[in-house]
Design a protein around this ligand. Sequence first.
Ligand code: SPQ
Length: 427
Amino acid sequence: MRLKTNISHLQGSIRVPGDKSISHRSIIFGSLAEGETQVYDILRGEDVLSTMQVFRDLGVEIEDKDGIITIQGVGMDGLKAPKKPLDMGNSGTSIRLISGVLAGADFEVEMFGDDSLSKRPMDRVTLPLTKMGAKISGQTERNLPPLHLKGSKNLTPIHYELPIASAQVKSALIFAALQAHGQSIIVEKECTRNHTEDMLHQFGGHLSVEGKKITVQGPQKLTGQKVVVPGDISSAAFWLVAGLIVPNARVELKNVGINETRTGILDVIRTMGGKLEITDIDPIAKSATLIVETSDLKGTEIGGALIPRLIDELPIIALLATQAEGVTVIKDAEELKVKETDRIQVVADALNSMGADISPTADGMIINGKSSFHGAKINTFGDHRIGMMTAIAALLVKDGEVDLNRAEAINTSYPSFFDDLESLIHG
Ligand code: SPQ
């Protein structure tokens, strides 16, 4: 796909699609609850559609009508053995969270995904879930998909300290702990996105959180709810960066989720000197309007507890850093290596081939700023965030063309991405 280049003006207001993490969890909680759940503004990206199809295959009635998803919850014990292997597509969130859900089922399943998902390690969930009494294994010692899982109705509670910062592992263990008899304690390495904890409360369940320690008492029953999904800050991130680095830009993003476990990018933009305004804050929906303008930026250091609060934004933050004055160092982000691609290497390769100066390191990148970009051929390797980052980088290209291979990967999380880009270009 030929990308738009040489853009010297970006203006307008958009509403980014629903938050992917919350959309997945709304389907999971709605399916496990008793009674009806209605979900408004869900993301209809391929990852969420995978989760939806998996729960249909597990016997849950899910209707998509008039823009509302209606789920007839089957309760904690109501899932049925599927007639075929469960297809998780490209979605790490689906396979890991659903492993935790099915750890407590009294049937066997096979779970598989696409080429990218088949390279991602699942030992991070198979290990603790095995300790709880599920039989779950995959390929090689890292337990790559396909996974074979045999659940147990007698799960043992767990006391587990996560060796990595991962909301997916934490969430898988919470779903399993909700089905075990007794008290489980899950201790995070760093605080990660807390949508599972928030939504458990919303669905009438309970857990307690003290710093990094989460205590869950099982078994529990959940009740169907109305869920309104806010816009995804991880999708908004592409326009935040575009609005800061394209000349003559002012971009307004309405109804963006601002849960504080996700807003690391806003902290980074401020530290780098970006012009950012936050208005219309809705403390209940945890959403706001974000406005950015073309800015003079300076390099910064990004690491430690900030990393889980912006892990998915690091590819687009790397692009932001290529336009800043001075050096930006990203560290403590080795988890980037096991996303849809090795996002340290793939980001550095893609941006360097357009003219950036990025050195990949073992746990991040060193980025020298003030680069000019030229045309190149870039491959997403099936990674949506690489595709969207390249499309924003291309806006700065003055000479040559940018050709993006496997651009359809963007449908994973943002099917209307190019429509929104057009509207800002013509705004
Ligand atoms: O679902 P998937 O493929 O793992 O998606 C990604 C993404 O970029 O969209 C990661 F590649 O987001 C993860 C995120 O990195 C979504 C997520 C969640 O919803 O719980 C948590 C993070 O992953 P992790 O490994 O840190 O738990």
